[in-house]
Design a binder for this molecule. Structure first.
Ligand SMILES: *[C@@H]1O[C@H](CO)[C@@H](O)[C@H](O)[C@H]1NC(C)=O
Ligand SMILES: *[C@@H]1O[C@H](CO)[C@@H](O)[C@H](O)[C@H]1NC(C)=O
Ligand SMILES: *[C@@H]1O[C@H](CO)[C@@H](O)[C@H](O)[C@H]1NC(C)=O
Ligand SMILES: *[C@@H]1O[C@H](CO)[C@@H](O)[C@H](O)[C@H]1NC(C)=O
Length: 458
C-alpha cells in the first residue's frame, strides 16, 4: 500500500453533474438500514458503480487489475467486497469476474505474488488478496474449476509465504512493510502488515483447527503489543522504522488497523473461548470509538477532517465496517455495540451518494450526509462495505473445514520459490513509477523522521 498517492479528482465533469443533480435535490439512494430490501437495493446501486471502475474482464485487459490511479492491492480488496456482497445479497452478477481475477492474480505459487507486482508489493498488499481468498473459503463462495487451486489453498499459500518473513533481526520481530529488499519501505515495520498476518492466521486457525496458525496469531498479537504498535489502551499506531529498532513510532491512527486486529481477536475468541481473547476483542472494539462521531458515524480522523486522504486511504473505513460486521458473527457478544454504528454509518454513507455523472456516486465524508464533490473507487467501495454490512444479521456465520466448508486446502501451499527471477529487477521502470517511489521516499522521511506534524494533527 502506498503512503502517498495521486489526488482524486473533483473534476469539472463531476462538479457539473453535481450542479445538475443539485437542482432536483432528489436523493439517489434511499436507505433504511433496518429494512433488508432497502439495503439490498442500495447495495446493488453502489456495487454497480464500484464495478464500473473495473475493466479487467475485458478481452485484452489484465484480469484482476484496476486502472490507474488504483493500486493492485485495492483490486484484492474489491473482490473481497464482492464476495461479501454476493453472500449477503444473493446477487451473483460479479462472481465470474471475481473467480477469473483472483485465479489470475494468485500467480505461480498461489500466494498472490505475481511477477508484475514484485516491484512494489508489500506484505499488506498481499494480505488483502489473502483476505479475499479466506473470505471465499469462509463463505463457500463458488469454488474454482476442479483442476484449479482452491480458495483455502490460496489463503494458506499467503500465510506460508509470510510466516518465514517474520523478522527478528530488528525490533524483536514483526513483518516488514515491503517484501523485497530493493523496495522503498523495506526498513519500515508496520501494523497493517503484521496485523494482516495476524488476521489471516487467526481465521485459518478457526477454519482448519490447525494449532500452528493459532500459535502464530498469538505471537503476532504479543509482538504488536510489546513493540508498542498497539498501546495499553488498544489503539494502533501505523508503524516505525527498523533503522532505530522501532523506537520512533509513526503515531497515525487508521481505521483499518483497529479493524484488522478486531476481527483477528474475535476469531481467536471464537476458536479458544478464552476470556483473554474476549477481553481483547472488547477492548479493541471500545478503542474504535475514536473513529465515530457522537451520532455513531464513522470518519477517518487522520486525514478526513483536513482533506488529506490519499487514494488508498479513501477506502480504509470500508474495512473497519467489513471487519466489525464479521466480528458480530465470531463474537456475538459484540452485536449490540456494533450494529447501531453500522446502521447509522450505513445510512449516512448512503446519503452522500448523489454525485458524479449519474448523480449517485458516493462521497468520502459520511459525516456530512451529502456528497462532498469527490469521486473515487476506494470511497465507493467503502460505502458499499458499510451499507451491505447491515445485512450480516441475516446471514449464516462463516463455515469451517468441519462445518460446511467445501474449499480445497493444502497446508504446504505457497512452497514454490517466491523470489522473483532476477529479471524482475530489470523491468522497465516508467516515469510514473519513479515519481511514485520519489514521493514515497519523501513521505517516509517525513513520517519516520518524526516530524509528521501535518498527519498527526490530532
Ligand atoms: C503481467 O503484465 C503483462 C503485461 O501487461 C500481462 O500480459 C500479464 O497478464 C500480467 N500478469 C498478471 C498476473 O497480471
Ligand atoms: C530492539 O528491540 C527489541 C524489542 O523491543 C529488543 O528486544 C532488542 O534488545 C532491541 N535491540 C537493540 C539493539 O536495542
Ligand atoms: C462462535 O461463532 C458461532 C457462529 O457465529 C457462534 O454461534 C458462537 O456463539 C461463537 N462462539 C462464541 C464463544 O461466542
Ligand atoms: C498445520 O499448519 C502447518 C503450517 O502451515 C503445516 O506445516 C502443517 O502440516 C499443518 N498440519 C496439518 C495437520 O495440516
Amino acid at each position: 500500500m502506498r503512503v502517498a498517492g495521486r489526488n482524486v479528482w473533483p473534476s469539472w465533469a463531476g462538479l457539473l453533474a453535481f450542479g445538475l443533480a443539485g437542482f432536483s435535490s432528489v436523493q439517489a439512494i434511499q436507505l433504511d438500514a433496518s429494512n433488508d430490501e432497502s439495503v439490498k437495493k442500495a447495495a446493488k446501486i453502489v456495487a454497480t458503480d464500484m464495478m464500473s471502475y473495473y475493466t479487467g474482464y475485458r478481452p485484452g485487459d489484465n484480469p484482476g487489475n484496476l486502472p490507474d490511479p488504483y493500486y493492485w492491492w485495492e483490486a484484492g480488496a474489491m473482490f473481497n467486497a464482492i464476495i461479501d456482497y454476493w453472500f449477503v445479497t444473493g446477487d451473483d452478477e460479479y462472481n465470474d469476474w471475481t473467480i477469473q481475477g483472483m485465479l489470475w492474480q494468485a500467480g505461480d505459487n498461489l500466494a498472490f505474488m505475481p511477477n508484475n507486482q514484485t516491484k512494489t508489493e508489500g506484505n499488506d498488499d498481499q494480505a488483502f488478496w489473502g483476505f479475499a481468498a479466506m473470505s471465499a473459503a469462509e463463505r463457500n463462495f463458488p469454488n474454482p474449476p476442479k483442476d484449479q487451486p482452491g480458495w483455502l489453498e490460496m489463503a494458506q499459500a499467503t500465510f506460508n509465504t509470510q510466516a518465514p518473513r517474520w523478522d527478528t533481526s530488528s525490533c524483536g520481530g514483526g513483518l516488514r512493510w515491503q517484501i523485497f529488499t530493493w523496495n522503498n519501505g523495506y526498513n519500515y515495520k508496520n501494523t497493517i502488515s503484521t496485523g494482516g498476518f495476524f488476521n489471516l492466521a487467526a481465521r485459518l486457525a478457526r477454519y482448519t483447527g490447525n494449532q500452528t496458525y493459532a500459535d502464530w496469531a498469538e505471537k503476532a498479537w504479543d509482538w504488536t503489543y510489546s513493540v508498542g504498535f498497539m498501546t495499553p489502551e488498544y489503539h494502533f499506531w501505523d508503524g516505525a522504522s527498523d533503522l532505530n529498532n522501532c523506537t520512533e513510532m509513526n503515531k497515525i491512527e487508521w481505521t483499518y488497523n483497529a479493524g484488522v486486529y478486531l476481527l483477528g481477536a474475535a476469531n481467536m475468541y471464537n476458536l479458544t473461548e478464552d476470556q483473554k481473547w474476549k477481553e481483547r476483542t472488547q477492548k479493541v472494539l471500545d478503542s474504535t470509538d475514536v473513529f465515530f462521531t457522537k451520532s455513531n458515524i464513522m470518519f477517518e480522523r487522520a486525514c478526513e477532517t483536513v482533506n488529506t486522504c490519499m487514494v488508498d486511504q479513501r477506502s480504509f473505513k470500508g474495512y473497519l465496517a467489513r471487519w466489525m460486521a464479521a466480528t458480530t458473527q465470531m463474537a456475538p457478544f459484540t452485536y449490540d455495540q456494533i450494529m447501531p454504528k453500522l446502521k447509522a454509518t450505513g445510512e449516512a454513507a448512503a446519503r452522500t451518494c448523489t454525485g458524479g455523472p449519474k448523480g449517485r456516486s458516493c462521497g468520502m465524508k459520511w459525516t456530512e450526509k451529502k456528497w462532498d464533490n469527490t469521486r473515487d473507487f476506494g470511497q465507493q467501495m467503502a460505502a458499499l462495505e458499510v451499507i451491505q454490512s447491515n445485512l450480516v444479521t441475516r446471514v449464516a456465520p462463516p463455515v469451517t473445514d468441519d462445518n460446511g466448508g467445501t474449499s480445497k486446502g493444502d497446508p504446504s501451499a505457497g512452497g514454490k520459490p517466491e523470489q522473483p527471477k532476477p529479471d524482475a529487477l530489470s523491468y522497465e521502470i516508467t516515469t510514473a513509477d519513479r515519481a511514485g517511489a520519489g514521493i514515497l521516499t519523501a513521505m517516509m522521511m517525513v513520517l519516520v523522521g518524526g516530524s509528521a506534524g501535518w498527519l498527526c494533527w490530532d
